[in-house]
Design a protein around this ligand. Structure first.
Ligand code: 5GP
Length: 215
């Protein structure tokens, strides 16, 4: 059951939700934007997850790593703004934190899977949703191979899932193509922090890439 926080937006900061198929470079783009001056008033949400921490991931920095039992307790207590099961693990966004940052007129950026992004948009219609796409599926395959984080079966699963995600993400408020890191970063900045948005030239490139992926 959802209720909308629409009216609260008159007095609140902005809520951005960024989603992308696995391997699209979403995390690097988010890190870069958060380091930019334009984002000095924007904070990245830290989610709770039941996934095990990867090497170099710190509790309370990348995620709050919690047990499945604690996670379900939080679900029961309605502590999450949204939550979803992604590739066998649960992820949830702490609601109180998001609302307290927004109420200070500061912006929140959430990095969520596609189901989470849809849930947030439903609860907060004013949230700005961004979907990042690769320039092609060949490029995405190469990136997944390069990062060498997943088994062959896992990679095939992620590629198949990417196609489903693109079908949903194409309707987000803004699609960004990560064909070139700097250009994609600029597009993201334009969308998030200017009223003009992405340039016509880049919009055309984004449209062509999206058509290619949907073909
Ligand atoms: P990873 O385990 O690789 O860090 O993340 C897997 C996926 O879960 C990514 O698509 C990431 O954006 C998403 N994710 C991270 N935190 C949350 C969350 O709180 N809610 C939802 N719905 N997805 C999340």
């Amino acid at each position: 059951m959802y209720f909308t926080y629409n009216k609260l937006f008159l007095i609140m900061g902005k809520l951005f939700v960024i989603s992308a198929p696995s391997g699209t470079g979403k995390t690097s783009l988010i890190q870069a934007i958060l380091e930019d001056m334009v984002a000095s008033n924007t904070y990245l949400g830290i989610s709770c997850t039941t996934r095990k921490a990867r090497p170099k991931e710190e509790d309370g920095v990348s995620y709050f790593f919690i047990s499945q039992m604690s996670f379900m307790e939080k679900v029961k207590n309605n502590d999450f703004l949204e939550y979803a099961e992604v590739y066998g693990n649960f992820y949830g966004t702490p609601k109180d934190w998001v609302l307290s940052v927004l109420s200070k007129k500061e912006n929140v950026l959430l990095e969520l899977d596609i189901q989470g992004a849809l849930q947030v948009k439903k609860a907060f219609p004013e949230a700005k949703t961004v979907f990042i796409i690769p320039p092609s599926y060949e490029d995405l395959t190469r990136r997944l191979e390069t990062r060498d984080q997943d088994s062959k079966t896992e990679m095939a699963k992620r590629l198949k899932e990417a196609r489903n995600e693109v079908n949903i993400g194409k309707d987000f408020d803004q699609v960004i193509v990560n064909d070139d890191f700097d250009a994609a970063l600029e597009d993201l900045k334009q969308f998030m922090f200017t009223s003009e948005g992405v340039t016509n030239e880049r919009s055309e490139i984004i449209k062509n890439s999206l058509d290619l992926l949907l073909d």
